[in-house]
Design a protein around this ligand. Structure first.
Ligand SMILES: [Zn+2]
Length: 287
């Protein structure tokens, strides 16, 4: 059995991601603030009256996220694919023989296009859903003045449904406790800043993991197609050290399956969930 991509290389993915997380998170935070500021009073009134997110917002978000991906994510996806592929390339050269990974081409372009479309859709849908629920919360469950609601809507832009509702409940409970208004807004703002940062990092990690793991897969597939790897190719799920207890990834740790098979957790390669830090390795059983 030849180990093509050893367990310790999983650290490379973590290091790669750590390098890019802060910038991506920062970009998103400022984008969310711009989106909030851009919401016109009239549009907010419409949202409150009809309990619906204005279509103009949704279209604008789609464009924002497409630009975010173009400027900030796509170049890093390519870098991740190239670096992960190089890691596989080095291992093949060392263990088997000459091989050169090409980090471009139709298959990679297709992957990048598909992933970009999915991400634009996910980010936009998440935002729409969160605002829709905030509207419902403050119109149906916890009626508040239109001015207040306008401020709340603006402040939770960029949060997921669960995060936005957590912020709403946090704010509601401070007000119920009779905390001073200014203090309430300040503490809520601090909480939102924390959640924004956390979510930005989560998005960065998840996207880098997609590209990295797919880069590995693309590289090994190229080598296979060129007839360099002969024998049975297996892959191993490698759980990041801080994720052994994850109920999706933990049980798959160290599992070996055929290259074209899914692991027992149902995933073909990592990531398995947002924030997933897992990698995978290949082994060649020579014939
Ligand atoms: Zn994981």
């Amino acid at each position: 059995m030849i180990v093509l991509f050893a367990r310790q290389y999983a650290e490379k993915l973590i290091r790669f991601t750590a390098r890019h997380e802060p910038k991506i998170a920062k970009y998103l935070r400022s984008l969310w603030l711009i989106q909030a500021e851009r919401m016109a009073r009239k549009e907010i009134e419409y949202a409150v009256t009809f309990q619906e997110v204005p279509l103009e917002w949704i279209f604008a978000w789609q464009q924002d996220y497409a630009r975010f991906i173009n400027e900030e994510i796509d170049p890093r996806w390519r870098e991740a694919i190239a670096e992960a592929g190089d890691t596989i390339e080095e291992a093949i050269i060392r263990e088997v023989g000459p091989f050169s990974f090409t980090p471009t081409g139709e298959k990679i372009d297709f992957w990048l296009r598909e992933r970009a479309a999915t991400l634009v859709r996910n980010l936009t849908d998440t935002q729409t859903q969160a605002l829709r629920n905030i509207l419902r919360h403050y119109i149906v469950e916890q009626p508040t003045s239109p001015d207040d609601l306008g401020r709340i809507i603006r402040s939770v832009v960029g949060l997921t449904n669960r995060e936005a509702l957590a912020v709403a409940r946090f704010r509601d409970s401070l007000l119920r406790e009779g905390v001073d208004r200014q203090k309430v807004e300040k503490q809520t703002e601090r909480y939102i800043r924390f959640l924004h940062k956390q979510r930005g990092i989560r998005i960065a990690r998840t996207e880098m993991s997609y590209a990295w793991n797919n880069g590995e897969y693309m590289a090994i597939t190229q080598a296979q197609e060129q007839g360099i790897l002969r024998g049975r190719l297996m892959k191993e799920w490698i759980t990041a050290a801080d994720e052994r207890v994850c109920h999706i990834c933990g049980p798959a740790d160290g599992e070996l399956v055929d290259k074209e098979q899914s692991f027992s957790n149902g995933f073909f390669i990592p990531p398995a969930h947002p924030n997933c830090r897992c990698a995978h390795a290949y082994m060649l059983e020579e014939v």
